[in-house]
Design a protein around this ligand. Sequence first.
Ligand SMILES: CC(C)(COP(=O)(O)OP(=O)(O)OC[C@H]1O[C@@H](n2cnc3c(N)ncnc32)[C@H](O)[C@@H]1OP(=O)(O)O)[C@@H](O)C(=O)NCCC(=O)NCCS
Length: 199
Amino acid sequence: MVVLRPYRESDLEALYEICLVTGDSGQDASPLHNDRKVIGELYSAPYGVLEPEHVFVAEDDEGVAGYVVGTHDTAEFEARLEREWWPRLRRHYAGVAREGLTATDRMRVAAINEPGTNPADIVASYPAHIHMNLLPRLRGQRVGSELLRLWVEQAEAAGVSGIHLGANDKNAGGVAFWTKSGFEPLQTIGRTVWFGIKL
Ligand SMILES: CC(C)(COP(=O)(O)OP(=O)(O)OC[C@H]1O[C@@H](n2cnc3c(N)ncnc32)[C@H](O)[C@@H]1OP(=O)(O)O)[C@@H](O)C(=O)NCCC(=O)NCCS
């Protein structure tokens, strides 16, 4: 049985692990990394730590196996990351030997040192953003749709006007899911398709 519930502090390790094993356009990114946490430092953990009220998880008999994370206010969240999240990680990775890192690890560390920002025009019209990742054992059973429904209902109640997200164009499953879920493709920049939905 799959239970959907609000995030708890004890779910943090699952946020890191799920992000890693789904982080190569939906496939397992662990062969690309020596550092098993760096991808989660970018895409999952900061939401659990800084905005736990905007995280929902899916749990089955084997444990937490999926999440939706996000923020209602992307610009404010980016500013908060600069104050409360990146400084500790920048100090940490400054002391990690380059030779111990893979090319993908180094790319993620570069993103910690110089984070990209989401397109300003999209953020202006769709201020919230989300990331969703499920382990393979939960996929195709509408768990993603139900997690999304929880997140959207909470955002609507809080008066959020729109949600955006970026999907890698190689991630056909992700692109199909967001399209089926009512998100509109807005712009493609490099390999990232930016989607948005108005609430
Ligand atoms: C993408 C993901 C969140 C979808 O969640 P899910 O629970 O498997 O999706 P659902 O069962 O709720 O499917 C909802 C709809 O999307 C469609 N869909 C979902 N995954 C799909 C896939 N891989 N290929 C084609 N369509 C897909 C379903 O067919 C369904 O359509 P329907 O409403 O006509 O039945 C999940 O598969 C996942 O976490 N994948 C790996 C990580 C990832 O890629 N995250 C997104 C990054 S942008």
